[in-house]
Design a binder for this molecule. Structure first.
Ligand code: F6R
Length: 248
């Protein structure tokens, strides 16, 4: 995976936001929708800040943009503090001119028996729009992308998964205790992610340096699902110096 190491997370995020803005404008000129795959968590927030700034100050319009988020906890109500619907509204959608009908986030409110059909629909909707133009990814300490935890296959599609213990531990403070972190989530699959035309994998901070080195330099294996990005023709890894510290 080609790696770009930036001085800090801010510079890195501005770079990725500029790439996204470029594609949005290109698609708008061609009269085609721009399809973005989005992540939550601490890593992409500065990208969203920068996109909001470009909307306010530079007239960047999201009118022709369709978004698909990677994942959502299950079960999860949209108004709950930890919901990814709420996260995306607060960090991005409330501040831009996107058509809410064009926002897609896996639905954490469904009855378990309805999740499979919802996942198939999610996949069909992405495919019906011609696929994802740009996918933004963070990485978990388990090597997950989306919530594709160790054991997820290269071919996996949007589905319900069980969260890894490490991931639930990392989310414990958001939920005021590990016992309150949902055990499951709905996530796009590795196969879904690999079909995106362009992927940006972002990691910031020394806490990610170990999994980053394993992802970039280790063998491709479902024990670290992010290594599947080595198989993507157009994936770029975007790091700050701390996250890149263990690369040889
Ligand atoms: C979030 C997601 C996760 C996070 C990862 C890193 O939608 O898909 O894979 O990107 O857990 O989280 P942060 O950025 O909070 O370190």
């Amino acid at each position: 995976i080609p790696c770009h190491v930036f001085r800090d997370a801010k510079d890195a995020s501005v770079y990725v936001a500029q790439q996204i803005a470029h594609t949005i404008r290109e698609r708008a000129e061609a009269g085609r929708p721009c399809v973005l795959g989005l992540a939550t968590g601490s890593t992409p927030t500065t990208i969203y800040d920068e996109l909001v700034r470009m909307h306010r100050e530079e007239g960047l319009s999201f009118a022709g943009v369709v978004t698909f988020n990677l994942d959502e906890y299950f079960p999860m109500q949209p108004e709950e503090l930890q919901s990814y619907v709420r996260f995306m509204n607060e960090h991005l959608f409330d501040h831009i001119d996107i058509d809410r009908a064009n926002v897609n986030i896996p639905d954490g409110t469904l009855a378990p028996e309805d999740v499979l059909a919802h996942c198939l629909e999610y996949e069909e909707k992405i495919a019906g729009l011609g696929g994802i133009d740009i996918q933004v990814l963070g990485i978990g300490r388990t090597g997950h992308i989306g919530f594709n935890e160790p054991g997820s296959s290269r071919e996996s599609r949007t589905r319900m998964i069980t969260l890894d213990k490490v991931t639930r531990n990392d989310a414990a403070s958001d939920f005021f205790g590990e016992e309150y972190v949902p055990r499951r989530a709905i996530t796009m699959g590795v196969g879904t992610i690999l079909e995106s035309r362009q992927v940006y994998l972002l990691a910031f901070g020394e806490g990610k340096s170990r999994v980053v080195a394993r992802t970039v330099e280790g063998d491709v294996s479902n024990s670290v699902p992010a290594t599947f990005l080595q198989l993507h023709k157009n994936a770029k890894a975007i790091f700050d110096e701390a996250a890149a510290a263990q690369l040889t």
